[in-house]
Design a protein around this ligand. Structure first.
Ligand SMILES: NC(=O)c1ccc[n+]([C@@H]2O[C@H](COP(=O)([O-])OP(=O)(O)OC[C@H]3O[C@@H](n4cnc5c(N)ncnc54)[C@H](OP(=O)(O)O)[C@@H]3O)[C@@H](O)[C@H]2O)c1
Length: 281
């Protein structure tokens, strides 16, 4: 089976590509927007194709002789602007006779989820379901990784300010998400299902305590309002309210979701937040 991963030069794609090379996943190639971002090591190990999610023909060409496309969406927002990516994915997959799509989605996608990107994920999954194509839908929980860079700011502030109230959030590392995806690629009988790659669930008080231990200074949970949070992180414009909408979902209990899919797929436990930060901070 010929496999093509899109978004390979991004945060998650880099983890998946490195693990695919390490695990000797057969016939694994990558589709990238900017070939200059691809290291010589990767060029020696993999076939690299060029594609742009907003250029249908580039996707048709990149998908030639590919059986399975693993699609990592971009991070553009709002939802409406991202819709053409998945439309072009389905169009190109049909023209190029791709047999199967693995779509990498996000867990903030319930029908009542206020996250501003939720409409995109709802649309993408329904488009795949109605496309006639074979597909695997992988939802992921929230990344642990950005907290590594954010921790110095929080330590300076002495506060964790996420506007989540008593809500809890399930976190997983990008490394573990990639590990779950590689496990599916390693046993193709696992294709065709809907998965949630989740890790451990924390209240913000628990998270603040972990952050304090790792930073070596006291960080209390002291939430700001959704509006304040949105204004604090509104760079680029619109990103602050988008982030705030995600924390609103958490305050509603919508990001506590957990499944045992990671354990079932990999036979391992996902990394805890404390261990992840100790290794990476
Ligand atoms: N779980 C979480 O907490 C979390 C957090 C943030 C985002 N996400 C989700 O994760 C996915 C993105 O993954 P990421 O974290 O790896 O983000 P990322 O680092 O921005 O990676 C996105 C990838 O998509 C590629 N891309 C963007 N526009 C493209 C286009 N027009 N044509 C072809 N390729 C294009 C980028 O290419 P370049 O390398 O050339 O830029 C990059 O490789 C998104 O679906 C996002 O919703 C999840």
């Amino acid at each position: 089976m010929q496999i093509l991963l899109t978004g390979a030069t991004g945060h998650l794609g880099t983890h998946i590509t490195n693990q695919a090379i390490k695990q000797n996943i057969e016939n694994f190639s990558i589709g990238v927007r900017n070939i200059n971002k691809v290291s010589d090591t990767w060029k020696q190990a993999l076939e690299v194709r060029e594609l742009d999610y907003f250029n249908q023909e580039s996707m048709v060409t990149a998908f030639k002789n590919i059986d399975l496309v693993i699609f990592i969406p971009s991070i553009i927002h709002p939802s409406y602007n991202r819709l053409p990516e998945v439309e072009n994915l389905v169009y190109a997959a049909k023209i190029a006779n791709v047999n199967h799509i693995m779509f990498i989605g996000y867990y903030a996608d319930q029908y009542n989820n206020p996250f501003h990107m939720s409409p995109y994920f709802g649309y993408a999954e329904r488009l795949l379901a109605s496309s006639g194509l074979n597909y695997t839908y992988v939802r992921m929980a929230m990344y642990m990784d950005p907290l590594v860079d954010y921790l110095p700011e929080l330590a300076e502030l002495g506060k964790l300010i996420y506007p989540v109230g008593d809500g809890k959030i399930n976190y997983i590392s990008r490394h573990d998400i990639a590990k779950g995806i590689i496990a599916i690629l390693s046993n193709q009988n696992l294709l065709g299902q809907r998965y949630l790659l989740s890790g451990h669930t924390y209240s913000m008080t628990e998270l603040a305590s972990i952050l304090s231990n790792v930073a070596g200074s006291k960080i209390n949970y002291d939430p700001v309002s959704l509006d304040t949070f949105g204004k604090m992180y509104d760079e680029p414009k619109g990103f602050g309210p988008l982030l705030a909408s995600m924390y609103k979902a958490a305050s509603m209990g919508l990001l506590e979701q957990h499944s045992s899919d990671f354990e079932k797929l990999t036979g391992d436990q996902p990394e805890t937040f404390e261990h992840f930060l100790q290794q990476n901070y």
